[in-house]
Design a protein around this ligand. Structure first.
Ligand code: FES
Ligand code: FE2
Length: 404
């Protein structure tokens, strides 16, 4: 079985329909009971969780540099020689598919005098069968090997093979490319995903092809911005002209897979199914919000039956009070028509607008409030914000610091 193109003997569409039906059953139960999946109780978080510099430094070291983080999807660099820049986690990194089809990551740094090899910033991607340094033209192949060195005799004693690019742990699994930006041990993606891998397989992320990418920003701690993705309690108040119109407020099914989770938010069509025999329910498509610890949210869904898109949000800190979100929309099974491309572009533009002007607007203004709040101020996460609680608890555990 190749990670890039899983040959698993499963009809994924049938599997997604089963998942959709199971999800629908739970949604109908929750909506009928006017309930939501809950945590045991409310959880207070001291404001320092979001604004403390020392804590931020621990997150930078122990999460963004030390954990496997999603650098992109397989479809971002499909062909040998395709490469992307991944610089949001810390050091600038090049991720390239080699001639052998294997994806590798390297410091975006020339081994001569450290120049930046590809000067563009994330979300840049492109194709180079070889990479030539802009400073003195040392050249490297797609496996990071030094293959060209002008005035080679000036470097006598320095073996040509001894100055290959500095490689960083990287692996491709289920259509996701993971990088450990700070270096260290190889990545065991199966262990990292645990039971979540089974669910992610059904999304067939290896078939997703990028349509539109960009950067969203917030003047907020990255966790404060991330919290907005994990509850539907704010739909009717904050998103009253968009998702608040189409979805139930404060109703969510939450499934946890270790540090990762999946959330289902019911749309208004669910109400009609209450009291209707299940045999009469329409066939629906699978959709959901999938959180990959520590910073990635993958929304997989459709706006009308059969018209799917995949949205990937990767949130990174740009300092304790700045968030940079790498946002991308993919055609889940390849771009099949111009109409589908346009639909995916619309999914990008509409969502970027809502996230930037609504979710990140409140995150930014709230963050400024936290900075000025009394020393003992705690935010409080309700039992109905259970997935937000879970994210914060797992981040606190990973950095070895108290939650409140
Ligand atoms: S720094 Fe790259 S060739 Fe000199
Ligand atoms: Fe929101």
């Amino acid at each position: 079985m190749s990670d890039r193109d899983p040959e698993i003997a499963v009809d994924w569409q049938t599997r997604r329909r089963e998942m959709a039906r199971n999800g629908l059953r739970r949604m109908v139960e929750l909506v009928a009971a006017k309930e939501t999946d809950r945590a045991a109780g409310p959880l207070p978080l001291h404001k320092g969780v979001y604004i403390d510099e020392e804590r931020f430094e621990a997150e930078r070291q122990k999460l963004f540099l030390a954990q496997p983080v999603v650098a992109g999807l397989s479809g971002d660099i499909l062909e040998p020689g395709d490469l992307l820049v991944f610089d949001a986690a810390g050091p600038s990194i090049l991720v390239q598919r080699g001639k052998d089809g294997i994806v590798r990551a390297f410091r975006n740094m020339c081994t001569h005098r450290g120049a930046k090899l590809v000067e563009e910033n994330e979300p840049w991607s492109g194709h180079r069968s070889r990479i030539t340094c802009p400073f003195h033209a040392w050249t490297f192949d797609s496996a990071g090997k030094l293959i060209g060195q002008p005035s080679k005799t000036s470097f006598e004693g320095c073996e040509i093979g001894a100055r290959n690019l500095l490689e960083i742990p990287c692996t491709e699994h289920l259509g996701l490319i993971f990088v450990r930006a700070g270096g260290g041990d190889p990545i065991d993606a199966a262990a990292h995903l645990g039971g979540f891998a089974d669910l992610l397989s059904a999304l067939e992320l290896h078939r997703a092809r990028p349509v539109k990418k960009g950067v969203l920003t917030a003047d907020s701690n990255w966790k404060f911005a991330l919290d907005t993705y994990s509850e539907g309690y704010h739909f009717s108040a904050l998103h009253n002209t968009t998702i608040g119109q189409t979805h139930y407020n404060d109703v969510a099914s939450v499934d946890r897979y270790g540090r990762h989770h999946r959330i289902g938010f019911p749309d208004n069509s669910i109400g009609k199914l209450i009291g209707t025999p299940e045999a009469e329910w329409p066939e629906t498509d699978y959709g959901g919000v999938h959180f990959l610890f520590p910073n990635t949210v993958i929304f997989f869904g459709s706006i009308e039956p059969g018209k799917f898109f995949t949205q990937v949000f990767r949130l990174f800190p740009d300092g304790v009070g700045k968030t940079r979100c790498q946002f991308a929309v993919y055609a889940p099974f390849g771009v099949e028509s111009e109409a589908q491309r346009a639909m995916c572009e619309m999914a990008y533009d509409g969502t970027a607008m809502v996230v930037q002007t609504e979710d990140y607007r409140v995150a930014s203004a709230g963050y400024a409030n936290l900075l000025a709040a009394p020393d003992d101020f705690h935010v409080i996460l309700g039992s109905n914000e259970s997935a937000v609680q879970s994210v914060q608890i797992h981040i606190a555990e990973a950095i070895g610091m108290p939650i409140n």
